[in-house]
Design a protein around this ligand. Structure first.
Ligand SMILES: [Zn+2]
Length: 154
């Protein structure tokens, strides 16, 4: 986050510098003056610098928005971890279970991304509606599988 704020600060300073330089040229001119070749070249250079600074400013704003979204997702992940218990399915796969009654089982992988994804019934057990992770039931007709193979779809 500090890097983005530093970039925002330097971008603001860049824009201010361009504005001051532009103002300096205008101050040098009096009514009826014609622009010299050097002044025209300087104005063109300033216009290019302004365009670059504006693009830089936009990129910095986007970076700050992305950081804000990431921080929000991390906050939501912490809230989900605090309001759910880590339990294991019949076959040993870790899932998160809410403490309300009746409890709701959510996908721990999506919870880490700040998403509350209640597992949905699936032909072989339950499935995350978001990442499509499948948590198999022991009652499954398929031959017994090792716990490591209970998660699929990754
Ligand atoms: Zn998921």
């Amino acid at each position: 986050m500090a890097a983005a704020f530093g970039a925002a600060e330097s971008t603001t300073k860049e824009l201010a510098d361009v504005r001051i330089a532009y103002g300096g040229i205008l101050d040098d001119l009096s009514a009826g003056d014609r622009l010299s070749g050097a002044q025209i070249a300087e104005l063109k250079a300033l216009r290019r610098q302004l365009a670059l600074s504006e693009r830089h400013s936009l990129e910095t704003q986007e970076a700050i928005i992305r950081l804000g979204e990431k921080a929000l997702a991390e906050d939501r992940a912490v809230t989900l971890r605090q309001s759910h218990d880590l339990v294991r399915t019949d076959l040993g796969a870790p899932v998160l279970q809410s403490r309300e009654d009746p409890s709701i089982t959510i996908c721990p992988v999506c919870a880490e991304r700040g998403l509350r994804a209640p597992l949905q019934p699936h032909q072989r057990g339950t499935q995350c509606p978001s990442c499509k992770f499948t948590y198999q039931n022991q009652a499954n007709d398929a031959p017994a599988e090792l716990p490591e193979s209970t998660m699929s779809g990754r």
